[in-house]
Design a protein around this ligand. Sequence first.
Ligand code: AGP
Length: 605
Amino acid sequence: MCGIVGYTGAQHAAPVLLDGLSKLEYRGYDSAGIAVAQDGAIAISKVTGRIANLQEKTDNGRLVPGTTGIGHTRWATHGAPTDFNAHPHASNDGKFAVVHNGIIENYLELRQELTRKGYRFESETDTETIVHLVEMYYQGDFQRAVMKASARLRGSYALGIICTDEPDRIFVVREASPLIIGLGIGENYFASDVTALVAYTRNAIYLDDGEFAELTPDGVQVFDCTGHPVEKKINRITWDIQAAEKGGYEHFMLKEIMEQPRAVKATIAPRLKNGEVSLDGMDIDLRRVNKILITACGSAYYAGCAGKCTIERLCRIPVQAELASELRYADPLIDDKTLLIVLSQSGETADTIAAMKECQRQGAKALAIVNVVGSTIAKLADYTLYTWAGPEIAVATTKGYTTQLTVLYLFALYGARKLGRIEMEEYARLISALKALPKQMQQVLDMNPAIEKLAKKYHKHPSMFFIGRNTDYAVALEGALKMKEISYIHAESYAAGELKHGTIALIHEGQPVIALCCNEAVTEKTMSNIIEVKARGAEVLAIAFRGNAKIVSLADDMIYIPKSDPLFCAAVEIVPLQKLAYYVAKENGCDIDKPKNLAKSVTVE
Ligand code: AGP
């Protein structure tokens, strides 16, 4: 995934572009660049590495004059992260420059055609085909050239394009990649998401797939793919600037871990009315649903694995959790009695979008649980329940995951009530248990020193195991991913009961094993597994509810968490694992907010 920005108005464009790119750097940070129109030419400056390198190269934009420009921060797909592969890309005649987020799937055939016609390529990227197409179709009409070039593209693209002949005009195009226009007074902006706009304007237009727009300092006009003007709603951005800043924390990830009690509370509060779970806009007739299919990627998928147990237990409907990248090609058994639940923090994950479209094509209704308002998945869904986590900047999700869990718990309670499968007394008790989650999470967050100390003990190991059963295993999946993606330690989650079927061969003297023992229905069994791995020399860190006195005699280290209802405890149990991963990564000197090879949202297949 990449980040694109653009500005046209009376200000010096380059500093605005650089500031916007710095807010989008979490979307990809292999290379970056800006292009600004000035005096009949387009000045392009681009670098390998971080935005800071670009700020230094352009003296914070001072060396690139002009009032209309575009910018890009890259997560490499086609072509290594190098200066010549960095965006923006220019046409051979120097008249045009383009920035692009997405993938042009037919770029090879376009490249061959354009090369045959004499266009010279300077990069390995798919994006460069776009700017040569615009040049090829340009006969004096910028809009027409953009429309004709866009019509040749297959794949996903959010584009920003400038032209030397019309230096205060920008065209933007959206197809399956997010593109938001920021409306100013005498100036206008575009960006991949609102975090790059919120410092300049709170009035935003969300383009839809197939639409393009013309931006000038005096106004914005949106068109459909045939060139007919389209009236668009002006949305008010409610995120405050501090929400998208670090707020005094050393890393966004730590800030977002600490924000979880507030985020979970904000996600629950508007959905509890007069002692009932109220899910606005949800008019799904669950009596007609005979299967619930949860699909997502990464941590969102692991949230689905944990939520599956709770929904099945309360709604008594079969629930399957499937990886979106698998589901989209699995020819799944789906019909109009299937309810699809799609989980995504960004709402832009390509595999999740593709799986969702395939399931909808086969008749399933889709309920999206997303964090980014107006995101692609939110727009495609039949029903949408937002997580109110606020902007999540760190690549490793934390509050995105726990608020997804929270919405799944709300849905489970809502479904059980609608289906008449829960006694009112149990319903009320579980609503109280849900409301207690923020406080229980806060108690774990207040345990800082103990977890930091454990991180110092375990951070040097090359590998770790995370084991558990049922919901504990679902949490182990997410705990292992957190450790892998920010500390680069090989961490494997394993169903505790499965270890003896082979993997226990890997347990050597001193091997760290994190044992999750909060699902009280199976804790005794997991404790037996602790004994098994201890017998082979493992060093065991156990996570258990306060009051479980037995386990302390088995484990080498303990993290006790407040006792919460087994149906909801995953939201509390994950918190010490998030912090353990954070402090281990810190001990190892890793780039916690922008881990190597990763991007915040993977908008490519
Ligand atoms: C989680 O820490 C990772 N960054 C990654 O697994 C992420 O959960 C996954 O890419 C899905 O992203 P989404 O929730 O935005 O769809």
